[in-house]
Design a protein around this ligand. Sequence first.
Ligand code: THU
Length: 139
Amino acid sequence: MTTLTDEERKFLIDLAEQARRRAYAPYSNYPVGAALRTRSGRIFTGSNIENAAYPQTMCAERVAVFKAVSEGERDFEVIAVVTPNGGSPCGGCRQVLAEFGLDTVVLIARPDGSLVQETSVADLLPGAFTPIDMGKTPG
Ligand code: THU
């Protein structure tokens, strides 16, 4: 699994916080930001985008993942997630991340930049159902 320097952590968490400030979360008032780095070095950010029809809301992590995949990048290395209180990625986002590899590092941080947890998709989603279960190669 990737080992990050403090500078890399700070850089990604800062980008996630900037994305968090672009969140559209008028219903929950719980803005979330994410910054996803691929092994090629590209970074894709995301923020949660809510909707008056609540279920149409999209989480920050999935916005970042979908931006990356739609740009041809599926080899994820690390995702930083900033939530108002250091809350952890939801189950749906864990599953979407698992599709593209269990080794992705997950940094969970607060808006002031403090790191709450450094973990991995494998640890966040034990026993994940993955492409292997469908006879496919991950990613
Ligand atoms: N949210 C995320 O963006 N990511 C998560 O992993 C947890 C939840 C968003 C969805 C909704 O807009 C708000 O946070 C409250 O649930």
